[in-house]
Design a binder for this molecule. Structure first.
Ligand SMILES: NC(=O)c1ccc[n+]([C@@H]2O[C@H](COP(=O)([O-])OP(=O)(O)OC[C@H]3O[C@@H](n4cnc5c(N)ncnc54)[C@H](OP(=O)(O)O)[C@@H]3O)[C@@H](O)[C@H]2O)c1
Length: 336
């Protein structure tokens, strides 16, 4: 049963948060099917949206959930405990808790990604759902370990490499007799519309891209995520791959904004008018990961509404070029 707070928050995200007034009603409690036997990996799973995705999925009894996020001093123990506690709090207390594992990965480093992928592949025979959710937004210009613009490097390229290394597991799972519903959910943003003209500045990706704004750098990385989802869907039709925008939610990302933007600090008290709680903000993630009628290759802007991406994000020439560029970068940098 939807309560009043959920309904008003839902209205806000559809009216203000995404600019669309249609959308699929998706109640995680009722609408997520049993996930028994499934293995799930969520990047940025220690962040606000990622954690909430893990909590909601854990309530439907998957075999295991991997929280793939930056290395932490306690090896992720406190994150794992918090997710386990919150997943149990609103469900059948007698059900055994879903095992949650922490997988340390720094998406700004190819070496770290390779180590994390190897550890996952050694531990698991299957991967049913990968939620590529980690991200950064307002950060100072900088580069990743391999010298790529940092937002592009983490939000897109790191995820592309991780997926590439996990692809054999995903394909293996899709080929299992009862493993056909394998999904990759790549978290983009309505902010992809802020990308620079042309969508992706290929000539500048190796370097900090200081001559464009932070929101253009963020937009560029999120255009790339949409193109990546479409290309992976076309190349691996056994796997359902989609890109999603979650809506506007005050999360860890806002801390960066608060530090850097006077406008954000001044308008912060009004944010409840434009933002919704994480529990609402994760519905597109959850619908895309488990819901019915999800069409591979599409971009969904909440919840379940396809085709709202900009013309440049939909451009097949751009996504094909991105795929080919990415393959080349991986060829030069690592043996995959
Ligand atoms: N919040 C919104 O309104 C909104 C709107 C549109 C799209 N999104 C997208 O939603 C996704 C989740 O963001 P969120 O709002 O939940 O923000 P968040 O709370 O900041 O979560 C992001 C997570 O990514 C992790 N991360 C950052 N850099 C990483 C790296 N190098 N390697 C591995 N993990 C890294 C962060 O770790 P640390 O916390 O330790 O840095 C954090 O756990 C992002 O892709 C974002 O672009 C959010």
């Amino acid at each position: 049963m939807l309560d009043l707070q959920t309904l008003t928050a839902g209205a806000r995200v559809t009216v203000f948060g995404s600019g669309n007034q249609r959308g699929v009603l998706f109640d995680p409690v009722k609408d997520i099917p049993s996930l028994a036997g499934k293995v799930i990996l969520i990047t940025g799973g220690a962040g606000d949206l990622g954690k909430q995705v893990a909590i909601e999925l854990a309530r439907h009894n998957p075999a295991r959930i991997y929280i793939a996020d930056l290395p932490r001093a306690d090896d992720g123990d406190s994150v794992v405990r918090a997710i386990t506690r919150d997943a149990l709090s609103d469900s059948d207390q007698h059900a055994p808790p879903t095992p949650i594992r922490y997988l340390a990965v720094d998406l700004s480093s190819f070496e770290s990604i390779k180590r994390a992928a190897a550890a996952f592949c050694a531990a698991e025979d299957r991967l049913d759902i990968a939620v590529l959710n980690a991200g950064i937004m307002r950060v100072r210009p900088g580069t990743t370990a391999e010298g790529y613009e940092v937002a592009f490097g983490i939000n897109y390229l790191g995820h592309a490499l991780l997926t590439r290394l996990l692809l054999p597991k995903l394909l293996h799972t899709a080929a299992l007799p009862r493993g056909a519903d394998v999904r990759v959910v790549a978290v983009s943003s309505e902010g992809h519309a802020m990308a620079p003209r042309g969508g992706i500045l290929f000539d500048k990706l190796k370097g900090p891209c200081e001559d464009i704004t932070y929101y253009q750098r963020y937009g560029q990385s999120k255009v790339a995520i949409i193109g990546f989802a479409r290309e992976l869907a076309a190349r691996c039709p056994q796997i359902k791959t989609v890109a999603v925008h979650p809506g506007r939610i005050i999360t860890g990302m806002a801390h960066g904004l608060r530090k850097e933007s006077l406008l954000f600090r001044v308008t912060a008290p009004l944010s409840p008018l434009f933002c919704v709680p994480a529990a609402i903000g994760v519905r597109n993630h959850l619908w895309a990961a488990t819901g019915p009628n999800v069409e591979t290759g599409k971009y969904y802007e909440p919840v379940g509404v396809p085709d709202k991406e900009t013309a440049i994000a939909r451009d097949p020439t751009l996504s094909r070029r991105l795929w080919e560029w990415t393959e080349k970068e991986f060829e030069n940098a690592i043996e995959v």
